[in-house]
Write a protein that binds this ligand. Structure first.
Ligand code: TXA
Ligand code: MG
Length: 351
């Protein structure tokens, strides 16, 4: 007991205090193209005043704040219950804005030209005079930076300066791909959510560290490893294979977790389980209490786009566990399997 008490005190000490006063979260509608410009202006106004707002990108919804405003950044950590040692991605409008924050080695220039705007985050040496608050960088001298697509790009244009944005979910929980899912996790803790519809890619950006001698894949994501390797003409190191390489501090083993347990590579259903399928596979055993096939056509891009929605919907059935079909590990399958492995990992007692 003493040991577990110590462990939970340690876990508590690295989490920010989440005793926040609750207030009303505004829902701003930007689903119709005619509402987008006005919604972007409203969101930029709230952000300019130090507010924090859920905004859609092409990957998942982000919880955005003014990167230069330390108080807004602190509120993001508190609203998510995110450990403060875990730095945030800086979201920029274009390469010019990115170059003011970070130094771009030649490989970074080439990748940004090929893949931005898009689901690729580059970890680069931060400039001494970068605008991002020290808290957002969690004390690192590198900076994670990306140029997003989707509605968030309109808001950065309206605001005229960078936004920090972690995924808009409670820390450790499944990421949100709709405004309703953002509200379910963060309603009453943030100033507003803009509903710009569902997100296209469905999993977070790929994170590539370019601060070392070899490009290192810190997080598989919306751009497949194979596409980056083809573009750079070299194999990427992987954080797990290269113990000396820096890791993304946020890649704690339990993450993306629904309430239900998660059981991987399932070919049979056990009593009380829901089923997350792929490619029309039919599991053995009793009928699941609910089932969603991520892509009957075996399309990994479609499967990634539906992953977090499917986990949230199956979790809502109250199933004791979610049995997950085997999913191929190439292309976006690497990101899907990464998220599922973390969803299935043992959970810390304090969460
Ligand atoms: O698609 C995405 O990337 C979404 C959307 C909203 O842009 N954002 C997102 O943020 O997934 P978040 O905070 O959930 O994940 C960011 C990851 C964390 O694992 C964090 O540790 C890592 O990026 N990271 C941030 N700054 C870093 C740095 N300087 N070096 C290494 N890893 C870093
Ligand atoms: Mg996240």
């Amino acid at each position: 007991m003493a040991a577990s008490g110590l462990a939970s005190r340690f876990v508590y000490s690295v989490y920010v205090n989440v005793n926040m006063s609750t207030h009303t979260t505004r829902l701003i509608d930007a689903r119709s193209p005619s509402d987008r410009a006005d919604a972007a202006q409203q969101a930029a106004g709230i952000l300019d005043a130090g507010g924090i707002v859920g905004l859609g990108t092409e990957t998942v919804y982000g919880l955005a704040g003014d990167a230069a405003n330390g108080e807004a950044v602190a509120r993001i950590y508190a609203a998510k219950g995110r450990p403060r040692f875990n730095p945030l991605i800086i979201h920029v409008l274009d390469l010019a804005m990115a170059r003011r924050e970070a130094r771009f080695p030649e490989a970074a220039e080439r990748l940004a030209a090929a893949f931005w705007p898009g689901p690729l985050t580059l970890v680069l040496p931060a400039r001494d005079n970068c605008s991002a608050s020290a808290l957002a960088r969690a004390g690192h001298d590198s900076i994670a930076i990306r140029r997003p697509g989707g509605f968030m790009a309109d808001v950065i244009a309206a605001l005229g300066r960078p936004l920090v944005a972690p995924s808009a979910n409670r820390s450790g929980h499944v990421s949100a791909t709709t405004a309703a899912d953002v509200l379910a996790d963060l309603g009453g803790r943030i100033d507003a959510v803009v509903d710009s519809g569902g997100t296209d890619v469905g999993v977070e950006s790929t994170i590539l560290d370019l601060t070392g001698p070899v490009p290192c894949l810190l997080r598989p994501g919306g751009i497949a490893r194979e596409a980056l390797e083809a573009h750079l003409g070299m194999r990427l190191a992987t954080a797990a294979q290269a113990p000396a390489a820096p890791k993304a501090p946020g890649m704690l083993s339990s993450h993306y977790a629904p309430r239900a347990g998660v059981r991987l590579n399932a070919t049979e259903i056990r009593p009380g389980e829901a089923y997350l399928g792929f490619g029309g596979q039919v599991p053995e055993g009793p009928a699941p209490i609910a089932a969603i096939d991520l892509s009957p056509e075996k399309n990994l891009i479609e499967a990634a786009a539906r992953l977090f929605q499917a986990l949230r919907r199956l979790d809502e059935t109250g199933a004791r566990s979610i049995a997950v079909a085997p999913i191929p590990d190439h292309g976006l399958g690497e990101a899907i399997n990464d998220r599922l492995e973390r969803a299935a990992a043992p959970r810390p007692a304090a969460e």
